[in-house]
Design a protein around this ligand. Structure first.
Ligand code: PLP
Length: 226
């Protein structure tokens, strides 16, 4: 077997086993947690290796890069599911709706309206998660925790979008568990079922706090290439 293929197949097996254990120790079903393989800035042969290993759910953080990578491949994988995990500008909503099955980074009513319009035009509505800036970091996008109730009310009042869940990226220098707990509490308060949280360094912690989607890049693919 090609070295990249066997390496990534082994890394994926290891990740899924760890996810399984984290579910077991927290009394959760492994089937309720999805591994989103974040393939941004990875070499194409590694992406193909993940596909060969059976991975069908991928995350990307840029629309243009995702188009280049996935438009050529997606017809060969009818069950492929693509998640947008990076910030989306309203003027790219059309392209995002055309490509992605899940947009995890809704953070403004303007963007929600653009997504809705694109979805109506294309007859295709991706699942939507609201990104929450749990660390209240000025450089990060996402709705502030204290503004979430009003944001969800406006979303209901001004669009037909029903968010599936919440997503967060904790500050790098803080205990991620605090942020995962906050996101889980917010989702519970608002009756939202899905929680996208946890990356290579903290996906097991995220699962213990209720993650339904973990977004893992380097622990699966290795260091990003560019
Ligand atoms: C890059 C990225 C990831 C994956 O990060 P790793 O540390 O490589 O696992 C997860 N989520 C988002 C939003 C990202 O941009």
């Amino acid at each position: 077997m090609d070295e990249t293929v066997s390496h990534i197949a082994a890394a994926r097996k290891h990740l899924l086993a760890n996810m399984h254990d984290a579910c077991a120790t927290s009394g959760r079903k492994a089937a309720h947690v999805t591994l989103v393989a974040v393939s941004k800035r990875q070499l194409e042969d590694r992406v193909d290796a993940a596909l060969a290993a059976g991975q069908l759910v991928f995350g990307e953080n840029q629309v243009a890069e995702a188009e280049t990578r996935w438009q050529a491949r997606k017809d060969n994988y009818p069950d492929l599911r693509l998640h947008l995990v990076g910030h989306l500008q309203s003027n790219k909503a059309d392209r995002a709706v055309a490509l992605f099955d899940v947009i995890e980074t809704l953070d403004s009513i303007k963007l929600a309206k653009a997504i809705q319009k694109a979805a109506q035009n294309q007859g295709r509505m991706p699942e939507v998660f609201v990104q929450v800036n749990t660390g209240e970091e000025p450089q990060k996008s996402g709705v502030l925790p204290k503004e979430l109730p009003e944001f969800l009310a406006q979303l209901r009042a001004q669009t037909h979008i029903q968010p599936a869940g919440l997503m967060c990226i904790p500050p790098q220098d803080e205990e991620p568990g605090l942020h995962f707990a906050l996101l889980a509490k917010l989702a519970n308060t608002h009756g939202l079922k899905q929680l996208s949280m946890g990356m290579s360094g903290d996906y097991e912690t995220a699962i213990r706090f209720g993650a339904t989607h973990v977004r893992v890049g380097t622990a699966l693919f290795g260091e990003r290439a560019y």
